[in-house]
Ligand binder design. Structure first.
Ligand code: FAD
Length: 348
C-alpha cells in the first residue's frame, strides 16, 4: 500500500526548502524529497550568492516583481534568523562612451521596477569609492547584497522541520501517476516506496522538466523545452581590490564578467555563459584569456597569473540560444489540469 502525505516538495534547493518552510508554517504536512545525499548541491550552491536589487528585469514580469519583493523579505529574514549576509552595495559602470546608453536603460528599467535607491555617481566619486575601477560613468545600487546561501537553506530547513516537515535525502522521484484522489510518486533509494500526495510541488531545478514529464497525466505539451547554460567563475588571488560588487554594462559580444565578493572576502569574476547539452559541471580552463580581456576593461590593474579557476554553475533555462528570455514559469492546475501539481520551470 502507498504511504500517504499531504504535500511533497521535489527538490531541496533554496526554492524547494523555502516552499517547504512556507507550507509547514501554514500547518501543512510536508516531506521534501531530494535525490542527492545532501540539500542544495546543485544550482543553489553554484551561483554568485548575490541579493539582487531588481534592476534588469522586464517591467511587471515575475522576475522583476519577485526580485524586488524577495530582496526586502530576504534582508528581513536574514536579520531575524542570523543568516550571514551583507548589504555590500554594487556599482554598475560604463567602460567607454559606447556603453552610456546601456547604463541609461538600466536606470529606466530599475525605476519602472520600483528600485528607487540608485545613485548617479561622478567619475570622481566612483574613483573614491573604488579606486581600482576604470570607467567613464556609473551608478551605485546600495541595496544589492551578498548572502551565505548554505546558511539560508539551513535556516529554511530548520524552520520547516520545527513545524513538522521532514527532509528525505537520497530519495529521487522516479515517476508519478496523477489521479482524482491525488498524485502517486514512485520514490527510489534504499527505502523505495510509493507516496500518495494531495499536493506536489516540483522544484527539481535543472531536472524539473524531466520530473514533470515522468508524471503520467501531466500533458507533455505543457512542459517547456530544457536548455542548460553553464557559467564559469575565476577567483582572484590575494587581497580584494574592491569593496563592493562591480558590474560592467552587458555587451552583445560578452555578457559582462562581474566582480562578486563572498562573505569571506574572496573576489570572484563571472559567470560567463555558454550553452551545453547536459548537466556537466566540468571546468573549461580555455576561457582564461577571455576573462583577462573582459576584466581589464574595467580593472586594468589585474596582474598576469592572478586568476585561478573557480567553479561552474548551470542555469535551468526554458529558452535556447538567441531566443528572447521568457519569464519564470510557475504552473498550476489551471495551466495543465493536473489536480494538486505545481511545476516550477526556468527558475534561473
Ligand atoms: C552561475 C549562476 C549564478 C547565479 N547567481 C545568482 C545570484 O547571485 N543571486 C541569485 O539570487 N540567484 C543566482 N542564480 C540563480 C539561483 O542560483 C537559482 O535560481 C536557485 O539556486 C535555484 O534553486 P532551485 O531550488 O530551483 O534549484 P536547485 O538548487 O538546482 O535545486 C533543485 C534540487 O532538486 C533536486 N532534484 C532534481 N531532480 C530530482 C528528483 N527526480 N527527485 C528528487 N530531487 C530531485 C536536485 O538534486 C536539487 O537539489 C545563479 C545561477 C547560476 C547558475
Amino acid at each position: 500500500m502507498a504511504e500517504r502525505i499531504e504535500c511533497a516538495v521535489i527538490g531541496a534547493g533554496v526554492v524547494g526548502l523555502a516552499i517547504a518552510r512556507r507550507l509547514a508554517l501554514a500547518g501543512r504536512e510536508v516531506v521534501v524529497l531530494e535525490a542527492e545525499t545532501a540539500f542544495g548541491t546543485h544550482t543553489s550552491s553554484r551561483n554568485s550568492e548575490v541579493i539582487h536589487a531588481g534592476i534588469y528585469y522586464p517591467t511587471n514580469s515575475l522576475r522583476a516583481r519577485l526580485c524586488v519583493a524577495g530582496r526586502k523579505a530576504l534582508y528581513r529574514y536574514c536579520a531575524e534568523h542570523d543568516v550571514h549576509h551583507r548589504r555590500i552595495g554594487k556599482i554598475i559602470v560604463a567602460c567607454d562612451d559606447s556603453e552610456l546608453p546601456g547604463l541609461g536603460k538600466y536606470r529606466q528599467q530599475a525605476e519602472a521596477n520600483g528600485v528607487d535607491d540608485l545613485r548617479n555617481l561622478s567619475v570622481d566619486e566612483l574613483a573614491e569609492l573604488e579606486p581600482e575601477v576604470r570607467c567613464v560613468a556609473g551608478f551605485l545600487s546600495p541595496s544589492t547584497g551578498i548572502v551565505d546561501s548554505h546558511g539560508l537553506m539551513l535556516a529554511f530547513l530548520g524552520d520547516a522541520e520545527a513545524h513538522g516537515a521532514a527532509l528525505a535525502l537520497a530519495s529521487p522521484v522516479l515517476a508519478g501517476q496523477a489521479a482524482d484522489d491525488g498524485i502517486a510518486l514512485d520514490v527510489g533509494g534504499a527505502e523505495a516506496m510509493t507516496l500518495k500526495c494531495d499536493i506536489v510541488v516540483n522544484a527539481a531545478g535543472l531536472r524539473a522538466q524531466e520530473v514533470a514529464r515522468s508524471i503520467e497525466g501531466m500533458p507533455a505539451a505543457a512542459v517547456p523545452p530544457t536548455h542548460y547554460a553553464i557559467g564559469h567563475y575565476y577567483t582572484l588571488m590575494g587581497k580584494a581590490p574592491f569593496r563592493r560588487l562591480v558590474y560592467p554594462v552587458a555587451r552583445p559580444d560578452w555578457l559582462g564578467v562581474h566582480v562578486t565578493i563572498d562573505l569571506g572576502g574572496q573576489v570572484k569574476f563571472g559567470p560567463d555563459l555558454s550553452w551545453i547539452d547536459g548537466i556537466d559541471y566540468r571546468y573549461d580552463a580555455s576561457r582564461e584569456a577571455d576573462f583577462y580581456r573582459a576584466i581589464r576593461r574595467y580593472y586594468p590593474g589585474l596582474q598576469d597569473g592572478a586568476l585561478q579557476p573557480g567553479y561552474t554553475g548551470i542555469r535551468p533555462k526554458i529558452y535556447g540560444p538567441g531566443e528572447p528570455a521568457p519569464d519564470f514559469m510557475i504552473q498550476g492546475p489551471r495551466d495543465h489540469a493536473v489536480k494538486g501539481l505545481v511545476n516550477l520551470f526556468g527558475i534561473e
